[in-house]
Write a protein that binds this ligand. Structure first.
Ligand code: MG
Length: 253
């Protein structure tokens, strides 16, 4: 099928979906606290999405039971919201996809619960910065591999590792469109980037080794060595100038 180039009108619809994702994540970050069960976050998420008139992308996707992926500590991605109670010192990755007027937004953020260790702080910071390093390469004339390589270099030069089995993706009417966007690779390789491409870029970064395995619940991805993991994601659009982050709130004036 190839990479789908979006019109300005389609990008503007994606901007609305993206803002909803950003707003709901912001609410979740405000509400998250020690003693909370991860399913309480999912319930808030479901209610917020309904208020926005948006639908959750993940619920029912290959049978996923939640609106939100909640991945704690050594969990990398795809954590199922449930009975688990959050404690001070945990780090929690929240990954949310929403559909609004036929278009998808997808974003993730990792937050600490109360005081967290300096290593956890650093892991979160490096992962957030690696996402921005990748986004900065998303310009016409560059190649997909420029994004991948920028993320890998940023992470590995700081002594952390990037998960290899899971990737970012094109996004639009479908949550997962072409191309896949690995968080490692070589600059100058892969398809040429052009205005109108919409990409969900999402580095997953481990404090230890890059290898992962899938938990007994068949969903939750965990680090193979049990080390902490963080995940940041934005949906972006490539424009003639700077990349536009769609999963963000408009600047407050
Ligand atoms: Mg995604």
């Amino acid at each position: 099928m190839g990479i789908i180039i979006k019109s300005l009108q389609e990008i503007s619809l994606m901007r609305q979906a993206g803002r909803i994702v950003a707003a709901v994540l912001q609410t979740l970050i405000k509400e998250i606290r020690p003693g909370m069960k991860t399913q309480e976050l999912d319930a808030i998420c479901a209610q917020e999405l309904a208020e926005w008139g948006a639908k959750p992308s993940f619920k029912g996707y290959h049978g996923f039971p939640g609106c939100l992926c909640v991945s704690v500590n050594e969990q990398v991605v795809h954590g199922i919201p449930g009975e688990r109670v959050l404690h001070q010192g945990d780090i929690v990755s929240l990954d949310l996809g929403a559909i609004f007027q036929g278009f998808q937004g997808d974003a993730a953020v990792t937050v600490g619960i109360g005081r967290i260790s300096p290593q956890a702080e650093r892991l979160i910071q490096v992962t957030a910065e690696a996402l921005m390093a990748g986004i900065a390469k998303a310009k016409p004339g560059a190649h997909l591999g420029d994004i991948s390589a920028a993320i890998q270099l940023y992470v590995e030069s700081r002594g952390l590792s990037v998960v290899r089995e899971y990737t970012g993706h094109g996004i639009g009417r479908e949550m997962h469109e072409e191309p896949q966007i690995p968080n490692f690779g070589l600059a100058g390789q892969g398809p040429a980037l052009q205005t109108g491409m919409a990409l969900a870029i999402e580095p997953m970064v481990n404090l230890g080794g890059w290898r992962t395995r899938v938990d007994a619940d068949q969903w939750t991805v965990v680090t193979a060595d049990g080390s902490l993991s963080a995940h940041f994601e934005h949906t972006i659009a490539i424009t003639d100038t700077e990349p536009e982050i769609l999963t963000t709130l408009p600047e407050e004036s």
